[in-house]
Design a protein around this ligand. Structure first.
Ligand SMILES: Nc1ncnc2c1ncn2[C@@H]1O[C@H](COP(=O)(O)OP(=O)(O)O)[C@@H](O)[C@H]1O
Ligand SMILES: CC(=O)OP(=O)(O)O
Ligand SMILES: [Mg+2]
Length: 398
């Protein structure tokens, strides 16, 4: 019973939804974008209204304080204690957290220790958790891990082909990310197709600022494109994705502005991907606009981006030995009709046939032809709903 707040702290954003539970009614939702950059934007939506404000927000702690002010200001809650549960997205749970967990001081300590596995995300997740602990010290708080859904990966998929001691002594392996989203959209896809998920082979493409592709067999993740950290896999807004590891020491040797391995990783995490190749922006909307104007760097960045997504989907046709459906989700996957068209048409040999008339913005469900061997679906993700549901389970177990 009561109101539950679901917090999805990304590297530069904080998305939130306030729910009446257990009815799962959304009372309000919003997003703080461009945290740490000039002109941060906050948007709050409730009862058909939308309020947007521009202000400088230095970190996730300040975003939490502003969020609580807004909830009171817009009369969405009268006092803080109406919130009886808070769910926090945490990207890396390592091998330690296999499912959602009530946050205790020991749990928070462990989440901090796991920051090496998600350097852009876990520190932001921790700031969000700590800010709420100060404001609502007695409220049930639950951590929901991106990695939990991928704990079903078989060893052949999660191990790297390096000496065994690096796994046994240092836990170096593939952990994946975006698991909450891959799980949610795969379950929604099964409902949409009217088939039990146990009978389905699915490839889910979560393409947002961060992006990952997952192979799901019978509802279980069996391979995924992100790795030890969310740097691996496809090319992303600011991240390189897969590349030859030998480049790392060579960048260090050849560029005098780089002093440590961490400096190189910062370039690969924050200055690469679409931003690095286009020299323009990490945002797909900006890239599309520049591409329309014939900007050659933007065209190359776009072609590389689509190429990497195609290759990972093609790989997972191999891992699964065929698939019933490919699902697009997240900011780019849900909105960018060009990316979907070019990926699907470039994989037509695998049995995907796009229905151009259905491939429009805001579409939900099937965008393939009725007789397409592999269905192509667009399913909006909802990580916040899964988070709120896990808080509800924790409330009931209290
Ligand atoms: N209409 C649109 N067309 C193309 N891309 C879009 C559109 N709307 C959002 N995006 C892309 O979605 C990205 C954000 O996706 P999102 O899933 O919110 O990412 P994250 O959770 O990683 O911050 C933006 O960087 C932008 O590139
Ligand atoms: C793990 C990850 O990349 O998350 P996001 O897409 O929210 O940055
Ligand atoms: Mg996201």
């Amino acid at each position: 019973m009561g109101k539950t707040l679901a917090i999805n702290a990304g590297s530069s954003s904080l998305k939130w939804q306030l729910y009446a539970m257990p009815e799962e009614t959304v009372i309000a939702k919003g997003i703080f974008e461009r945290i740490g950059l000039p002109e941060s934007i906050s948007t709050t939506k409730f009862g058909g209204e939308s309020h947007t404000r521009k202000q400088n927000i230095v970190d996730h702690r300040q975003a939490v304080l502003l969020l609580m002010d807004e909830l009171i200001h817009f009369n969405l809650i009268k006092e803080f204690r109406e919130i009886t549960g808070i769910g926090h997205r945490v990207v890396a749970g390592g091998e330690f957290f296999k499912s959602s967990t009530v946050i205790t001081p020991e749990v928070l300590e462990e989440i901090k220790n796991l920051s090496i596995l998600a350097p852009l995300h876990n520190p932001a997740n921790v700031l969000g958790i700590e800010a709420f602990q100060r404001l609502l010290p007695d409220t049930l708080a639950v951590a929901v891990f991106d990695t939990a859904f991928h704990t079903t990966l078989p060893e052949k998929a999660y191990r790297y082909p390096i000496p065994t001691k690096y796994y046994s002594d240092y836990s170096i392996r593939k952990y994946g990310a975006h698991g909450t989203s891959h799980m949610y959209v795969s379950q929604e896809a099964a409902k949409f197709l009217g088939r039990p998920i146990e009978d389905l082979k699915l490839i889910t493409a979560h393409i947002g600022n961060g992006a990952s592709i997952t192979a799901i067999d019978g509802g279980k993740s069996i391979d995924t494109s992100m790795g030890f950290t969310p740097l691996a896999g496809v090319m992303m807004g600011t991240r390189s994705g897969e590349m030859d590891a030998s480049v790392i020491p060579y960048m260090l040797e050849s560029d005098p502005s780089l002093r440590t391995a961490q400096d190189v990783i910062d370039v690969l995490n924050n200055k690469s991907g679409v931003l690095g190749v286009s020299d323009l922006s990490s945002d797909m909307r900006d890239l599309q606009a520049a591409k329309e104007q014939g900007n050659p760097k933007a065209i190359l960045a776009y072609e590389m981006y689509v190429d990497r997504i195609k290759k990972f989907i093609a790989q997972y046709f191999g891992v699964l030995n065929g698939a019933d459906a490919v699902i697009f989700t997240a900011g780019v996957g849900e909105n960018d009709t060009d990316v979907r068209r070019d990926v699907v048409n470039g994989l037509s040999w695998f049995g995907m046939e796009l229905d151009e008339t259905k491939n429009v913005r805001g579409v939900f469900g099937e965008i393939s032809m009725p007789d397409s061997k592999v269905k192509v679906l667009v399913i909006p993700t909802n990580e916040e709903l899964v988070i709120a549901r896990d808080v509800e389970i924790a409330k009931q177990n209290k």
